[in-house]
Design a protein around this ligand. Structure first.
Ligand SMILES: [Fe+2]
Length: 137
């Protein structure tokens, strides 16, 4: 399924699955986090720094948890994508840390974070991960 970040899906669809339960669960969790942030943006709760800090805590937890599990899985199946994949995951973590630093500096990174997460979900989870795991699940 090829979709553009601009047409971000409203609901989770099983067609998003890569076929590896441990990875699909985490992708669904990220999808829910994005939806929560969208609600926060819509209700203008993003100006509440406590809400935003909590949201960032969940994203950081997700990043630590999911990306490592995925890398372990890729290592287990001896995926040739592993080195490049690790680099991409590290870039993701660095970007999230940068947004978190903006938050700590008193800025509001909600809009940029949301855009980044949507584009990551579509380009990485739905396209790159799927391609990397093709025929391996
Ligand atoms: Fe990945």
């Amino acid at each position: 399924m090829k979709i553009q970040p601009t047409e971000f899906p409203q609901k989770w669809d099983n067609a998003f699955q890569v076929g590896v339960p441990v990875i699909d669960e985490q992708h669904e969790r990220l999808f829910c986090l994005i939806k929560d942030l969208e609600t926060m943006q819509r209700k203008e709760q993003g100006s509440n720094l406590v809400n935003l800090s909590e949201a960032f805590f969940k994203i950081a937890q997700f990043a630590g948890d999911q990306l490592i599990r995925e890398e372990m899985y890729l290592q287990g199946i001896e995926s040739p994508t592993l080195p490049r994949h690790k680099t991409l995951h590290k870039e993701f973590i660095n970007q999230i840390v940068a947004f978190q630093q903006q938050l700590q500096a008193g800025e509001n990174p909600l809009d940029q974070t949301l855009e980044y997460l949507k584009s990551w979900f579509v380009n990485h989870c739905l396209n790159y991960d799927k391609e990397a795991l093709k025929g391996k699940a």
